[in-house]
Design a protein around this ligand. Structure first.
Ligand code: NAD
Length: 258
């Protein structure tokens, strides 16, 4: 039986995860960590503590959907106790990304800005389309619910990275985000990002390839957080016998795109 702890168990993703685990064979939730213990999911019958200092159960895998500062605490607890990690939090800065890579020398981590199967298939199409449509202006438009705190979304950035990879460039060198005022003409080769925030939108991503005479748009719409939760559970089960290292959903789903 694979024992899983959920960090952020009282958040939106935590609630959905607890539901998705119900009735699954070979895996069970044994504990939760969340500073907001007032908002426990219905059907949550495991100990939930507000911080790692109070956690006295060591699970096999921690699934973390929280905030970057909390995820770094998750990684240090996991390293100290040899626990595997499924990391779903978004919004990490470069220093935090380096710390994730460093931690993966000691423990096995699946890190994905988006755990949905559809998004991970789409990433390969984006890379391919960007490499074939070399002259296309690439514009990524994402929309999320009013509570989202990071912008552009981690998924939009992952899509931008896939497009940049298809063109053999570094996203940081071509990314344009948050246009406002007299911006001047669009620079050739840049990848633009725009964000919409409002209502209860779970996540919509449009990747537009805009040419003279034609355009192609690759779209993904998430209608329920269950898609992310199911992907994260699949990643946790996949990790069971994996050695230390940094893995993505590409490995979990065995997507063989280059
Ligand atoms: P949320 O705000 O509803 O939940 C986050 C939870 O983490 C809260 O309950 C909060 O109390 C807890 N938390 C935050 N900091 C903490 C700390 N220091 N110690 C203990 N608990 C702490 O957010 P959400 O909508 O569930 O999303 C969480 C994260 O997951 C975000 O970064 C979001 O972008 C990301 N996300 C990723 C995917 C994916 O597929 N990778 C999908 C959905 C959301």
């Amino acid at each position: 039986m694979l024992k899983v702890g959920i960090v952020g168990i009282c958040g939106r993703m935590g609630h959905v995860l607890v539901n998705c685990f119900m009735g699954l064979d070979g895996v069970k939730v044994v504990c939760g960590v969340d500073r907001n213990t007032n908002n426990l999911p219905i059907n949550c019958n495991v100990p939930v503590v507000p911080s790692f200092e109070e956690l006295d159960i060591i699970p096999d895998v921690l699934i973390d959907f929280t905030r970057p500062d909390c995820s770094l605490e998750t990684l240090s607890f996991a390293r100290a106790h040899n626990v595997k990690v499924v990391l779903g939090t978004t919004g990490f800065d470069d220093d935090a990304k380096d710390l994730i890579k460093e931690a993966s020398k000691d423990i096995a981590i699946v890190w994905a800005a988006n755990f949905s199967v559809g998004i991970n298939i789409l990433l390969s199409l984006i890379k391919k389309t960007a490499s074939i449509m070399q002259d296309a202006d690439i514009e990524i438009v994402e929309a999320h619910h009013r509570y989202k705190v990071d912008c552009p979304s981690g998924t939009a950035i992952a899509m931008g990275e896939a497009a940049a990879l298809g063109r053999n460039v570094n996203l940081k060198d071509v990314m344009v985000s948050g246009r406002d005022g007299i911006t001047g003409e669009r620079q050739y080769g840049t990848i633009g990002f725009s964000s919409v925030r409002g209502g209860d939108i779970v996540g919509v991503h449009d990747v537009n390839f805009l040419c003279d005479g034609e355009s192609v748009t690759l779209t993904h719409k998430a209608s329920s957080r269950e898609t992310f939760a199911r992907g994260a559970i699949r990643a946790a089960m996949w990790l069971e016998n994996k050695k230390a290292g940094l893995y993505s959903m590409k490995e979990v789903l065995d997507l063989d795109f280059k």
